[in-house]
Design a protein around this ligand. Structure first.
Ligand SMILES: Nc1ncnc2c1ncn2[C@@H]1O[C@H](COP(=O)(O)OP(=O)(O)OP(=O)(O)O)[C@@H](O)[C@H]1O
Length: 617
C-alpha cells in the first residue's frame, strides 16, 4: 500500500507526513470575517444586550466618581480658605464623611457591574467557540480525503485548537474592552463638559493624537504578527511531521538536516515574534508620554482658570482624573484593534476550513442492508487523484460471493486506489461499483463501510489495553467473544503470556509488541467485527517464519466464507486464490487463477518469475 494512502486516517494510518507546509493565509476579508463572527455570536444576542446594559452602569458609576471626589476637595478648599480668611465655618467633616461614603458606593457598584460583564462575556465567548469547535469537528468528518492529502496535519490541528482558542480569548477581551471603552469615553466627555468646556478641549487635543500614534504602531506591528502566526504554523507543522516520522529521519541519518531546518524555522519565528512584541510593547509608553503632556497643559490652564475665579480647585482635580480615565480607553482602543486583528485572522482561517468543498453528500434515502452476500462488480472504473494523471483506466473486475480475489501488480499500479474507491474514500471519475447488484453510491458511506473489514500492513492500534483494541471491532462484544476471536486469530497464546494478559496496555503505536503480534491483533479485531467482505493488505514486513505461518493461518480463517480482496506482494501466498487480478499502469491486464495465468505466459508470469525464478547464469 502506498504511503500516500496510508496518510488517510480511515485506513488506520497516522501517516508519515513529508509534504511541504501550506502557505499562510492572511486575513484577506476583515469586514466579511467580522460579519461572520457576528453571526456566530447571534444566538447570544440577549446576553450581549445585557452586557451592554451592565457596561453602561459600570462606566457610568466610574465616570461619576471624580465628580463626587471633587465635591470633597472643594469642601476642603472652601473650609481651609474660610478659616484662613476668618470668614466662616471651617471644613465640615460630616459632609466629607458622607461624600466619601457615596464615593465608595459608586466605586463598588461600578466594580460589581464590571464583574457581571466579565462573567457574562466569558460565558458567551466560550459557548460560541464551543459551537464553532463542534461545527469544525463535524466539517472535518465531511471533508474528502483529498483535503487531508493536500493539507499537513499540523495545519489542520492548529485550526481546530490554536485558532479557535485565539478567537475565544481575543473575543472575550476585545468585546468587553470595546464596549466599556466606548461607553467610558462618552460618559467622561459629558462629565468634563459639565465641569469646564475649555479643559475638555485640552483633553480632546491629546486624545486624537494618542489614537493616531497607537493606530500607526498597531498597523506597523500587524505585519509582524501575521508573520509570527505564519511562522508558528510552519514550526508546528514541521514538529508534527518530524515527530511522526522520527524513525524515518533517524534511519536515513537526516537528524542534522532536520535540526537545521528546525533552527531556521525557530529563528524565523523568533524574529517575527520579537518585532511584533516590541512594537506592540512601545505603544503604551508612547501613549503615556502624550497623556502626561496633556496633564501638564490641563494643570497650567486649569490653574489660571481657578485664579480668575472661573473654576474651583476640585474641578481641576476631577478633570485630571477624567483625563487619566480617558487615556485608559484610548490606549485600550489600540490594544483592542490589535487583539481583534489576531482574532479575525484566526477566525478567517477557521472559516476557510468550514468553507472547504465537502465530499458529495450521501443520498437522502440510502439503501441500507443488514448484510450483503458479497457479490462485487466493478465496471469501467476510471479515476485520477489530481485530474491530470489517470491512476485507474477503465477497470472492470468482479468477485463472486465468498471468492478470494488477489490483486497483484507492480508498485504504483493502482491496487490501493482500487480499494480506496471500493470503500468510497474517493469518488470515481466514471464507472460503477455494485455490491449485490446495488450501486454503492446509493448507500450511505457509513452503511457501505460497515460491510467491509480491513487488515492492513499499517496495523492501527491505539494506546489502551489489548482487550479494548480487539473490542474496537465490535463494541458490544463480551470479554469471552473477544477471547474467542483472539483464539481464532492465533493470538490468544501470546496475549496470555504478556504481563496482565488481555489487560496488557499497548503503548503509543503499539511499539511494545512485535510487528507480527500487532498483525494478529488486527486480525482478531476483524474476526470479531465479522464483516461481509474483507480487504487484506498482505504484510511485506518480515516476521519470523513461525509468526508468518500463524498470520497466514489466521488470515485463512478470517477469509473463510467471505468475499475477500487480498493486495498481495508475495505471489507465493495467493496461488490458491480463485481469481488473480493483474494490474499494470492503472489497468487490469490479466485475470485468472495462478495456473492459467502462468500457462498464458503474460505479465503475471513475468512478475512471478521475477520473484521466484533462479537467477540465470
Ligand atoms: N493520495 C494520493 N494523492 C495523489 N496521488 C496518489 C495518492 N495515492 C496514490 N497516488 C498515486 O496513484 C498511483 C497509484 O498508487 P497506489 O497506491 O494505488 O499504488 P499501489 O499499486 O497500491 O502501490 P504499492 O504496491 O506501492 O502500494 C501512484 O502513482 C501514486 O503516486
Amino acid at each position: 500500500m502506498s504511503n500516500e494512502s496510508r496518510r488517510a486516517p480511515v485506513l488506520g494510518g497516522n501517516g508519515p507526513q513529508g509534504r511541504g507546509m501550506g502557505a499562510f493565509e492572511r486575513a484577506k476579508d476583515f469586514k466579511g470575517t467580522v460579519r461572520r463572527l457576528g453571526r456566530v455570536l447571534r444566538p447570544y444576542g440577549w446576553v450581549l444586550a445585557l452586557v451592554v446594559l451592565l457596561s453602561v452602569l459600570s462606566s457610568g458609576f466610574s465616570a461619576l466618581a471624580p465628580k463626587v471626589l471633587a465635591l470633597s476637595t472643594n469642601e476642603i478648599a472652601r473650609g481651609s480658605l474660610a478659616v484662613l480668611k476668618g470668614t466662616g465655618e471651617g471644613i465640615s467633616m460630616p459632609l466629607i464623611g458622607r461624600i466619601l461614603l457615596l464615593l465608595m458606593a459608586v466605586y463598588l457598584l461600578s466594580a460589581l457591574a464590571g464583574y457581571a460583564v466579565q462573567f457574562l462575556l466569558a460565558g458567551v465567548s466560550q459557548r460560541a467557540m464551543y459551537d464553532l469547535r463542534r461545527e469544525v469537528d463535524a466539517k472535518l468528518a465531511r471533508l474528502p480525503l483529498a483535503y487531508y492529502d493536500q493539507n499537513p496535519y499540523g495545519d489542520i490541528l492548529s485550526k481546530v485548537t490554536n485558532d479557535i482558542d485565539t478567537v475565544a480569548n481575543s473575543l472575550q477581551q476585545s468585546l468587553s474592552q470595546a464596549i466599556t471603552s466606548l461607553l467610558s469615553v462618552l460618559m467622561i466627555l459629558v462629565m468634563m463638559l459639565t465641569i469646564s468646556p475649555v479643559l475638555m478641549v485640552v483633553a480632546l487635543i491629546t486624545m486624537p493624537l494618542g489614537i493616531l500614534l497607537s493606530s500607526r504602531i498597531v498597523r506597523y506591528s500587524q505585519r509582524f504578527f501575521r508573520g509570527q502566526q505564519a511562522a508558528l504554523g510552519e514550526l508546528n507543522g514541521f514538529i508534527e511531521e518530524n515527530y511522526n516520522g522520527h524513525t524515518v529521519i533517524k534511519a536515513f541519518g537526516r537528524e542534522e538536516a532536520s535540526r537545521r531546518r528546525f533552527s531556521e524555522l525557530n529563528e524565523a519565528l523568533c524574529g517575527h515574534a520579537w518585532k511584533a512584541q516590541f512594537f506592540s510593547g512601545i505603544m503604551m509608553p508612547s501613549v503615556m508620554l502624550l497623556n502626561n503632556i496633556g496633564y501638564v497643559a490641563a494643570a497650567v490652564i486649569g490653574g489660571a482658570l481657578v485664579l480668575s475665579g472661573r473654576l474651583m480647585i476640585g474641578d481641576i482635580q476631577a478633570v485630571i482624573q477624567y483625563m487619566r480615565q480617558l487615556s485608559h480607553p484610548v490606549s485600550m482602543a489600540a490594544n483592542i484593534l490589535n487583539v481583534l486583528q489576531s482574532a479575525v485572522a484566526a477566525a478567517e482561517r477557521v472559516f476557510q476550513l468550514l468553507d472547504e468543498a465537502e465530499e458529495d453528500p450521501d443520498p437522502a434515502d440510502p439503501v441500507s442492508l443488514a448484510h450483503v452476500k458479497g457479490d462485487v462488480r466493478i465496471d469501467g472504473l476510471s479515476f485520477s487523484y489530481d485530474k491530470t494523471k489517470p491512476v485507474l483506466r477503465g477497470v472492470t473486475a468482479w468477485a463472486k460471493r465468498g471468492q478470494k480475489v488477489a490483486i497483484v501488480g507492480p508498485t504504483g499500479s493502482g491496487k490501493t486506489t482500487l480499494v480506496n474507491l471500493l470503500l468510497r474514500f474517493y469518488e470515481a471519475d466514471s464507472g460503477t461499483i455494485t455490491l449485490d447488484g446495488i450501486d454503492i453510491r446509493s448507500m450511505s458511506r457509513v452503511g457501505l463501510r460497515r460491510h467491509f473489514g480491513m487488515v492492513l500492513q499499517d496495523t492501527w492500534l491505539f494506546k489502551g489495553s489489548i482487550l479494548e483494541n480487539i473490542r474496537y471491532g465490535r463494541l458490544d462484544a463480551t470479554d469471552e467473544e473477544v477471547r474467542q476471536a483472539a483464539k481464532a486469530a492465533c493470538a490468544d497464546k501470546f496475549i496470555r503470556q504478556l504481563p496482565g494478559g488481555y489487560g496488557f496496555e499497548l503503548g503509543e503505536d503499539a511499539a511494545n509488541i512485535s510487528q507480527g503480534q500487532r498483525q494478529l491483533l488486527t486480525i482478531a479485531r476483524a474476526l470479531l467485527a465479522d464483516p461481509d467482505i474483507l480487504i487484506l493488505d498482505e504484510a511485506t514486513s518480515s516476521v519470523d517464519t513461525r509468526t508468518e505461518s500463524l498470520i497466514q493461518r489466521a488470515m485463512e480463517r478470517l477469509m473463510e466464507g467471505r468475499t475477500s480482496f487480498v493486495i498481495a506482494h508475495r505471489l507465493s501466498t495467493i496461488k490458491d486464490s480463485e481469481a488473480i487480478l493483474v494490474m499494470r499502469d492503472g489497468e487490469i491486464v490479466e485475470r485468472g487463477d495462478h495456473e492459467t495465468l502462468l500457462r498464458e505466459g503474460g505479465f503475471y508470469e513475468k512478475l512471478y518469475n521475477s520473484q521466484f525464478a533462479p537467477p540465470s547464469a
